[in-house]
Design a protein around this ligand. Structure first.
Ligand SMILES: C[S@@+](CC[C@H](N)C(=O)[O-])C[C@H]1O[C@@H](n2cnc3c(N)ncnc32)[C@H](O)[C@@H]1O
Length: 512
């Protein structure tokens, strides 16, 4: 479903319904070989490995609606986590990790933490947790949520947790035993408890969940109402480290066609460009970061030969589908990285619009992308560039500060589902400007789009008019116009801080 690579470990999401029998078997094997040993009250099984068949694993640990997160080293399955996200009455979300196991040879390499961090969905979710007899798993889940499992708080929300229990076989109908000093449930899962005391000693703080009797496991949950431990600078950096894969995933989840107002005006925009640059037909056009190809298709309808490039395979597939419905047009699409792709050809007009430049927090990457666009435009040819307006952003901002010196600013930023729903990334309640770097941060929540729910930190770089003029001069373009504009109304120059002026449009001619 979706994949990420890190330190040689590949992590893939599956939803339960799409998992093959073979994959269930593989998961059952990993569980059976590496989960744990039956305890002394398990009769004949005592001392033997706890084994599950593929069918039992499916039934007991993967109820309908579960997502599985599988960690591979090369082709070997080395870790797995199953989780169920349930919406309970009043529309609150509970995430329950129904199973977590890491291959013994691959422990202490951060795989469990990575799996839990990937399952971590929304910072304002109602409840997040699991049932386990392993103190280190409790600790890992507290690290993920940055909140402590506290019996008093768990007790307050027992009714809500009880609702989710009904969907999970190993806790269904079981009494949740929670008071001021304990939080546990008798799952009748007689795993060997002998390593527990030693593991509890490794726990950094006072153990709060009580001790376990035979057959019991801890009910370890944290809640959105609990304050999170403050991010350190390292926490901030690690949250941002995956910026590029985050960026791709964020784009993948953008719902361009359906409801993003800014993406509905390609015909008017292309007509405006044609009026300004008066292309002589048949002209050639290239679009870097073409998305679903809306601008190239419009240029092609006017007789141009066009090429669109985007690094999202999903976007290119959509663009090709659109092309299928008007196959007489001269358009080709390539999937590739606009910072480095070489199309082996120069075009009459290069297009790079709607915040392709500005995608990167590291401005050197934005420049690399722009330089590559310039390389693909012939001398005397044209560039059409649009980027997000920093003047307006700064004028309406409610939150600003040095994020690296004050990581809590970002931690406390209110999340939103703007990219999935409206695309209005100028809502001042939901962005934060880093005053040191002119980078804008948002916390974007994605759900119900076929991928697992997740909250991503999305950063972008916005510009002022003088930045754009300078950047374009550096790559050899002389301006024909450079103005603050509204989507679809490029003919009208707006004031820099007009609330409609979300973009800066540059049209220029290549002189060198
Ligand atoms: C906001 S969308 C705009 C899409 C399109 N230009 C439009 O106006 O509909 C930005 C696009 O840039 C693409 N993009 C960003 N960085 C890229 C890169 N380095 N290589 C290829 N595509 C990139 C994204 O995948 C996304 O489709």
């Amino acid at each position: 479903l979706s994949v990420s690579h890190h330190n040689g470990i590949r992590v893939e999401w599956r939803n339960r319904e799409s998992m093959s029998d073979e994959e269930f078997k593989e998961c059952a094997n990993l569980f059976s070989e590496h989960y744990g040993i039956w305890g002394m009250f398990s009769g004949q099984l005592a001392g033997k490995r706890i084994r599950l068949s593929a069918a039992e694993l499916g039934r007991r640990l993967a109820p309908s609606g579960t997502s599985a997160l599988l960690a591979y080293a090369d082709r070997q399955l080395v870790g797995q986590a199953f989780s169920l996200q349930s919406i309970i009455p009043n529309q609150v979300r509970v995430t329950w990790v129904t199973q977590l196991v890491v291959h013994e040879d691959w422990r202490h390499r951060g795989i469990a933490t990575r799996l839990l961090n990937s399952i971590w969905a929304f910072s304002n979710d109602f409840a997040w947790g699991l049932v386990t007899a392993n103190p280190l798993t409790v600790r890992a889940s507290e690290k993920t949520t940055r909140r402590r499992c506290t019996p008093k708080v768990i007790r307050k929300h027992l009714k809500a947790l009880g609702r989710v229990c009904n969907d999970i076989e190993y806790v269904k109908g079981k009494e949740l035993c929670v008071d001021e000093e304990r939080s546990k449930v008798n799952t009748e899962f007689h795993i060997d408890h002998s390593p527990i005391e030693e593991l509890k000693r490794q726990y950094p703080r006072k153990w709060r969940l009580g001790s376990l009797e035979e057959g019991e496991e801890w009910l370890a949950f944290t809640f959105g109402e609990q304050r999170q431990a403050a991010w350190s600078r390292e926490d901030l950096e690690s949250a941002l480290q995956n910026s590029e894969s985050i960026l791709r995933e964020a784009y993948q989840r953008m719902n361009l066609d359906a409801c993003h107002g800014w993406a509905q005006h390609a015909p008017q925009e292309v007509e405006f460009v044609e009026n300004v640059v008066a292309l002589s037909m048949p002209a050639t056009v290239v679009d870097f970061g073409c998305g679903h190809g809306r601008h190239v298709l419009e240029f092609a309808k006017r007789g141009c030969e066009c090429h669109g490039v985007d690094f999202l395979r999903g976007a290119i597939e959509k663009a090709r589908e659109r092309l299928d419905t008007c196959s007489e047009l001269a358009v080709t699409f390539s999937s590739g990285d606009c910072r480095s792709i070489d199309l082996g050809q120069q075009f009459d007009l290069g297009l790079c619009v709607y915040d392709v430049v500005g995608s990167y927090a590291d401005d050197a990457e934005n420049r690399k992308l722009l330089q590559n666009v310039a390389k693909h435009v012939r001398e005397g040819g044209f560039l059409v560039l649009s980027v997000m307006n920093m003047e307006l952003t700064a004028a309406i901002a409610k939150q600003a500060g040095d994020v690296y010196d004050n990581p809590h600013l970002l931690q406390e930023l209110e999340p939103a589902d703007i990219m999935q729903k409206t695309g209005n990334v100028f809502d001042p309640n939901h962005f934060l400007i880093d005053s040191e770097s002119d980078i804008v941060y948002r916390k974007e929540q994605f759900s119900e789009d076929g991928l697992p729910s997740s909250e991503l930190i999305v950063r972008d770089r916005r510009y002022r008019r003088e930045d754009v003029l300078k950047m374009c001069a550096e790559i050899g373009f002389e301006p024909i116009l450079c103005r603050y504009v509204q989507a679809g109304r490029w003919e009208k120059e707006l004031h820099a801080t007009d609330v409609k002026a979300k973009e800066i449009l540059f049209i220029g001619r290549k002189t060198s």
